[in-house]
Design a protein around this ligand. Structure first.
Ligand code: PGA
Length: 333
């Protein structure tokens, strides 16, 4: 078996083989890879055999019905990610030279930004109809895990991460406010002391959520702790629990974008709130952004900032509680 040199690799490996290998690794099946690439199964098996002969080691191992990457397979998989990343960058750069902004934009946003980012993406896609967007909505912890693995082009985070390996730019405010049912006795009251809301049962986001961290940090700084009645894994689940009279919570004001000022949830005027936060667009330091990612970044810093300012004006009405908005009638919604 000849030693594996760069020259040998270049002469014996084809990009098509790497594409087949990547598809099997991602889909966990030769059959599904063959379907995705419109190839027959014998062709797929033959391409993988040639690739593994060139490398000189097996790339997959079979455990029961599952196939898994071997150590050599994992190395090759990492290399494929880089190779295809560079090629898709080339594709977009060429498309850009031809004046076509085309390609794929992969964004991971935290759940607090899921209310705002689709608006920005809507306008962006109208301007660049050739761009295909994959939007991953997740909490802070998972967004940071994705960033560490370099799975997306850009990330929207609610707080600057520690460490110097991540590049960030702030672009819009993301205030966290105390929310209660419109029928709650505290709704419409002014200057509610922090201690008063600590008597109320709290609905808290799951661990790993940046909103949850911010709330605990605010209370810890005052030597206090909320009485958590229930943990829920999404902003929407918490809003429903608030309306069901299960407790109060602290969420991003943006979660009320659709309900506006007259919905069943009210913002309470509590000492120390809102927690004024910012959204940041982030990416791994040193990563060269694709042409499409750069176009989106520029769009976000201009049009996105303007859209956020417009929305902040609308949301400021929601954030200013007035006694008159409290409904009369049944309690405990
Ligand atoms: P998250 O959003 O609570 O979904 O993690 C975080 C944030 O705004 O920091």
């Amino acid at each position: 078996m000849p030693a594996l040199t760069l020259d040998y690799l270049i002469r014996h490996t084809t990009l098509r083989q790497l594409q087949v290998f990547e598809a099997i690794a991602r889909l966990g099946s030769h059959t599904r890879a063959a379907e995705e690439l419109y190839l027959t199964q014998p062709t797929v098996s033959m391409q993988i055999k040639k690739l593994s002969d060139t490398i000189g080691l097996p790339l997959f191992e079979q455990t029961g019905r599952r196939i898994q990457l071997t150590e050599a397979g994992r190395e090759l998989h990492d290399a494929c990610r880089d190779i295809f990343g560079v090629l898709s960058h080339l594709e977009m750069a060429i498309a850009d030279m031809k004046g076509l902004k085309r390609g794929r934009l992969r964004l991971a946003v935290m759940t607090t930004a899921q209310y705002f980012m689709p608006r920005v993406l809507g306008e962006f896609c109208r301007k660049f109809p050739g761009v295909e967007v994959a939007l991953e909505v997740t909490n802070r912890e998972h967004a940071l895990e994705r960033l560490a693995k370099n799975l997306d082009d850009l990330y929207i985070l609610g707080r600057q991460p520690d460490g110097r390996e991540i590049e960030t730019r702030p672009f819009a405010p993301n205030p966290l406010v105390v929310m209660a049912s419109r029928e709650h006795p505290l709704t419409g009251q002014r200057n509610i002391p922090l201690d008063r809301i600590l008597e109320e049962p709290f609905l808290m986001r799951e661990s790993g959520s940046g909103s949850r961290d911010a709330v605990y940090r605010l209370f810890a700084a005052k030597g206090k702790e909320p009485k958590v009645r229930m943990e829920l894994g999404s902003n929407e689940a918490i809003k429903h629990a608030i309306v069901a009279g299960l407790g109060i919570s602290v969420l991003s004001l943006h979660t009320l974008t659709l309900e506006g000022t007259d919905g069943p949830i009210a913002v309470l005027d509590v000492e120390g709130f809102p927690i004024e936060r910012q959204w940041y667009v982030a990416w791994p330091r040193g990563k060269e952004l694709s042409v499409v990612a750069k176009a989106f970044f520029d769009f976000l810093m201009q049009d996105g900032v303007r859209m956020a300012q417009d929305l902040a004006r609308v949301l400021s009405a929601v954030r200013t509680p007035t006694a008159s908005r409290k409904r009369s009638g049944t309690r405990g919604r």
